[in-house]
Design a protein around this ligand. Structure first.
Ligand code: CTP
Ligand code: ZN
Length: 154
């Protein structure tokens, strides 16, 4: 293995290759918070061909953080490690309903009008490929656009 096992914290595994830094950005981790962390990129994976892994000591994720990870890394597995053992392993799941996280690409959408206090809202249309739809104007947003909006390069 490239990086040693962690003692207590979270391992986000099976991230699509090249997206580890976007995952960290989404979690708001810049590196200056002091977390002991490891980023492994573009390593072989049986399931994905290539994958990224992020290991963070001392960090446990909440529901909103897991939802955001699902958006850019729908294949990710989140492992909770306690005393060197994986005590919980979960697949991230794309939320059916997304509020505020993404914005609509349609400039005439009501959510884009400065005088309208309507927050963007999307409904999940398809998991593979990832596809969401604006509940107000019907505009679709696909995975590449989602990754770009969240600060990555698809
Ligand atoms: N891991 C870690 N530190 C630990 C335990 C596990 O960094 N103390 C990491 C492993 O390196 C792996 C991930 O957490 O990347 C999941 O560990 P494990 O469930 O043991 O591996 P697999 O069985 O290969 O996982 P999967 O079936 O999800 O591919
Ligand atoms: Zn819209």
């Amino acid at each position: 293995m490239l990086v040693r096992r962690i003692r207590d914290g979270t391992v986000i595994d099976h991230i699509p290759a090249g997206r580890a830094l976007t995952v960290l950005r989404i979690l708001g981790i810049t590196g200056s918070e002091g977390y002991k962390l490891a980023i492994v990129m573009n390593v072989e994976s049986k399931k994905l061909g290539k994958k990224d892994i992020v290991k963070i000591e001392g960090l446990y994720l909440d529901k909103e953080q897991l939802d955001k990870i699902a958006l850019i890394a729908p294949t990710a597995t989140v492992n909770i490690v306690k005393d060197y053992r994986v005590v919980e392993k979960m697949k991230v799941r794309l939320p059916e309903d997304l509020s505020n996280i993404l914005s609509c690409a349609n400039p005439t959408c009501i959510t884009r009008q400065p005088r309208e206090p309507i927050k963007p809202r999307f409904k999940l249309v398809s998991r593979r490929p990832v596809l969401y739809q604006c509940v107000y104007c019907g505009t679709l947003i696909e995975e590449d656009d989602i990754v770009r909006q969240l600060g990555g390069s698809a």
